[in-house]
Design a protein around this ligand. Structure first.
Ligand code: NAP
Length: 284
């Protein structure tokens, strides 16, 4: 690759990484904002994240997006300079250097929130169900609570993991105790306004087993996984009466927009990039 000296260097690091859509998203944002940059993919060996990330910054790289399986490693790398969201998530997907020091943030939750708003589902005063208690759910709880949802319940196949996640958040923000709860996949009651599938079940074409899940025609069923076809969870939710279903492509673009804002100080417009990506997915 030829690089001019005026080009700023950014990258996404992961393993595997060839599937990542981050380069095309960030390049589209950069064109939109008139910023000259290079955005690469870095494949790091699973046991060598820190070496690769530090080398990238030593060689003049300005920002790194971090994906599976390195978000926890990135959290440790930036542990002295973490945003509140990254601290709570115990995972980092955005790294940058300021005054020679590596900083970290987690933009997944804000990406989710921006997509919910784009879809017309403001969590304010809503009953929100988060299914799953892995890294993605962990990164999204605080922004949903800060958006003033009426209730947020975290359910997981392994309920202890959901309880731990909620306990960690309450240790950090006890003021949310009355609105936040945890349980198993059976702990469902009443109608939910927004149900977010933060499990990886859709990757194997499965939906989490949520017996008794109730939607209304004003409810949203949101799957963090995305693809060319509706996911199993979206299909299941439509059959259960959810008026709206969406996949996580908008969250992907939304979290990239927040990273872009951290690095460049400007929040790009996401709709056109999302449309472009959706078209690419349809034909792939
Ligand atoms: P993770 O840490 O590996 O957690 C996986 C979660 O899925 C756990 O809660 C696990 O439950 C649950 N699970 C897996 N298979 C299940 C099944 N068959 N039934 C019920 N629960 C099941 O993964 P993650 O990092 O949180 O990511 C979760 C998903 O979100 C991934 O598919 C990822 O691609 C997606 N994601 C999307 C975006 C985006 O921008 N759109 C961003 C981040 C993540 P147990 O604890 O019981 O094992």
């Amino acid at each position: 690759m030829t690089m001019s000296t005026s080009q700023k260097r950014y990258a996404v690091i992961g393993n595997p990484i060839s599937h990542s859509r981050s380069p095309s998203i960030h390049q589209a944002f950069a064109r939109q904002c008139g910023i000259n940059l290079v955005y690469e993919r870095i494949l790091a060996p699973v046991d060598a994240f820190t070496t690769y990330a530090e080398r990238f910054f030593e060689q003049g790289g300005l920002g790194l997006n971090v994906t599976v399986p390195f978000k926890e490693d990135a959290y440790h790398l930036a542990r002295s300079n973490l945003s509140a969201r990254a601290q709570l998530a115990a995972a980092v997907n955005t790294l940058w250097v300021d005054d020679g020091v590596i900083h970290g943030c987690n933009s997944d939750g804000m990406g989710l929130l921006s997509d919910l708003l784009r879809l017309g589902f403001n969590p304010e005063k809503s009953r929100v169900l988060m299914v799953g208690a892995g890294g993605a759910a962990r990164g999204c709880l605080l922004p949903v609570l800060e958006a003033q949802c009426k209730e947020l319940r975290v359910l997981n196949r392994t309920p202890e993991r959901a309880r731990l996640l909620v306990a960690d958040l309450l240790a950090f923000r006890p003021e949310y105790r009355s609105r936040l709860s945890a349980g198993s996949l059976n702990d469902l009651d009443g109608v939910w306004d927004i149900v977010i599938n933060a499990t990886s079940a859709s990757l194997s074409s499965q939906a989490p087993s949520l017996e008794g899940l109730q939607f209304s025609e004003r409810s949203l069923a949101y799957d963090m996984v995305y693809g060319s076809e509706p996911t199993a969870f979206m299909t299941q939710s439509r059959a259960l009466g959810a008026g709206c279903q969406a996949d996580g492509l908008g969250m992907l673009v939304g979290q990239a927009a927040i990273s872009f804002q951290i690095w460049h100080g400007v929040l790009p417009e996401t709709d056109a990039v999302l449309d472009e990506l959706r078209n690419v997915l349809k034909v792939s």
